[in-house]
Write a protein that binds this ligand. Structure first.
Ligand SMILES: [Fe+2]
Length: 289
């Protein structure tokens, strides 16, 4: 115990406390700088198998790259250019982009997207996409913004699936329009699916997985939207998630009816901050189930 009889020890103690406070301040500033200026730019290439039933033998081993939430207009343009170059080096056979191409609320965002897409190298076989809530502008309800984004993507060579399907080398791709947008209408498309065909759905918002329209759909669902929460304390879930089902954060989930959901942590940002949730480019390899 420190007493007035021991002034030197009391002085040391005060100095120690000051040092501790200064250290805590420096750590907080360092952590803030890391979350703002380092981690948002530190993308990770995540490699995973994507097993599918009834996959044609010639498609086994194909590389499918998923990008999500590139948020042109908010995401740093140089960073995005660098990331797209990395995607090009992966030499994907199929490239899918699961929504939130832009982050602006006017059709002007589509013009920015056109500039950014000049750096996108299309995949060898097919480049597909679906729209996200940010692609629909103000309050996610402006169909003109969504149409302008889809038009730019079509001119770039990206096939945007808006409640549509596409057959790529015997794999059935489904593109759902965004759950919060004005064109979400997957029910009719679900009735046109070939049962038993290997299937991959592109669906920006994973909350759509909990709706009853999936019928007998069996296959993968590739999503984004959550950005993995962007900031996540160790061993705890992220405090902010834009989904009703808070189980949906990031990574792979086995769902009912033989469905598998994968949520990509996003490449870009609407707010430039990330902590313990690095941006992601996903490299899948198609495999037989
Ligand atoms: Fe997003």
């Amino acid at each position: 115990m420190f007493t007035s009889k021991c002034p030197s020890r009391r002085r040391v103690s005060r100095r120690g406390l000051l040092r501790l406070a200064a250290g805590a301040c420096a750590a907080a500033v360092g952590l803030g700088a890391y979350a703002r200026y380092i981690e948002p730019y530190w993308y990770e290439i995540v490699e995973r198998p994507l097993p599918l039933h009834n996959l044609p033998p010639e498609t086994i081993g194909l590389k499918l790259v998923q990008l999500s939430d590139i948020h042109v207009g908010k995401t740093d343009a140089d960073y995005l250019r660098h990331a797209l170059r990395s995607v090009e080096r992966l030499e994907p056979d199929i490239l899918v982009i699961t929504g939130d191409f832009i982050s602006y609320h006017t059709v002007g965002g589509a013009m920015q997207l056109a500039r950014a897409m000049r750096d996108l190298k299309l995949a060898k076989i097919a480049t597909l996409g679906c729209l996200g809530n940010h692609d629909y502008g103000h309050k996610w309800r402006d169909a003109r913004v969504g149409d302008a984004v889809a038009r730019v993507l079509k001119e770039t060579g990206v096939r945007v699936l808006r409640n549509e399907t596409a057959n790529v080398r015997g794999v059935q791709f489904l593109g759902l329009d965004d759950l919060w947008g004005p064109n979400f209408a997957p029910a009719r498309m679900m009735n046109t699916l070939s049962p038993g065909a290997p299937s991959i759905a592109l669906c920006h918002n994973p909350d759509a997985c909990d709706l009853p329209f999936w019928n007998k759909y069996r296959g993968w669902i590739l999503s984004g939207h959550t950005h993995g929460g962007q900031c996540r304390p160790p061993f705890l879930p992220p405090p902010i998630l834009p989904v009703s089902n808070r189980r949906y954060v990031a990574g792979e989930y086995a769902l009912s009816g033989g469905r598998t959901l994968y949520i990509n942590r996003a490449l870009g940002w609407a707010r430039q901050i990330r902590l313990n949730v690095r941006p992601e480019i996903t490299l899948f390899r198609l495999a037989g189930a």
